[in-house]
Design a protein around this ligand. Structure first.
Ligand code: SAM
Length: 276
């Protein structure tokens, strides 16, 4: 997968080359280009923003800067062609892994247009289902807004060269899109086959089956007088799986009850919830 990010603070995107994402870069599963938007600013001050039409506080990001920047990143031309890709921060992490998923092929994406993700609090909420779908993309471009956001015509115009998605990472307002891009990119990249050592670890995560994941435990068996639930030591796989399902159901009911409406419940699931 190819990721390109446009931002006026390229250094904010440095985490994209650390840990599992860095390893994905080393394994050639991922390549990342981070582009300073100001390269496309033409005035002496390299300004990227201007006052809003209709008045009001704050500044709006200029279409004359964003338009050519998105054109170049889509076509691999101009300053986008000269950008160096991010190198992994952790070359030492590349060592043999027990990876059961390297041989899988990525699903073919039927459109040739790259996907443009524009983070904005006014966008559609980003979900795990989006991450699963976008993990099959070949080229994703992220446009990081600042100030009051990007002139809306940029999004309209970009639809000629991209499939455009305006997405929000939650009902709150950040200062800029960079942190949202880190969130979205990490959620996507970990689902690309070969990025996580063991594919089961994301198949059993929260939201994969519509439920929140239940609690997890490791050694020691007793810590500060708190014991690991004995069922986990039983060695009986079926009983452990049932217990995990029950915990996931009960946690979801307690914390995010609205999620249960989208889950197919067996009669046994329903009776666990009724008792909970
Ligand atoms: N005026 C905008 C509004 O009220 O919808 C808020 C702009 S915000 C201060 C600046 C930038 O931060 C946005 O263009 C977007 O890139 C990013 N941003 C802020 N909150 C976000 C969120 N919840 N999800 C995704 N991106 C967000």
């Amino acid at each position: 997968m190819r990721l390109d990010v446009l931002s006026i603070f390229p250094e904010y995107l440095d985490p994209l080359r650390h840990a599992l994402l860095g390893r994905a870069i080393e394994k050639d599963i991922l390549s990342v280009g981070v582009h300073d938007l100001r390269q496309w600013a033409s005035d002496v001050h390299r300004s990227v923003d201007d006052s809003p039409y209709g008045g009001g506080p704050g500044m709006v990001m200029k279409p004359e800067v964003w338009g050519p920047a998105l054109d170049d990143v889509a076509d691999g031309t101009g300053p986008a062609a000269r950008a160096e890709d991010l190198a992994s921060a952790n070359p030492h992490l590349l060592r043999p892994q027990h990876d059961d998923s390297d041989t899988e092929t990525q699903a073919e994406e039927d459109s040739d247009l790259p996907l443009l993700i524009v983070p904005t609090p006014a966008g559609k909420p980003f979900t795990q289902a989006d991450a699963q779908s976008w993990a099959k993309e070949h080229h994703i471009v992220f446009a990081c807004g600042r100030y009051e956001g990007i002139d809306q015509r940029v999004v309209e115009d970009a639809a000629q060269r991209y499939r455009v998605r305006e997405v929000s990472i939650g009902d709150y307002v950040l200062i800029g899109g960079e942190v949202a891009v880190l969130v979205i990119a990490e959620a996507i990249v970990r689902l690309i086959p070969g990025v996580l050592g063991n594919r089961r670890s994301h198949e059993e995560d929260s939201f994969s089956d519509g439920l929140l994941e239940g609690p997890s435990y490791t050694k020691p068996r007793v810590w500060r007088e708190l014991e690991v639930p004995p069922v986990l030591l039983s060695g009986n796989h079926a009983i452990v799986e049932r217990w995990r399902r029950d915990q996931a159901l009960l946690r979801t009911q307690a914390v995010r009850p609205e999620l249960l409406a989208g889950v197919e419940l067996t009669p046994q699931d329903q009776s666990v919830l009724d008792r909970g």
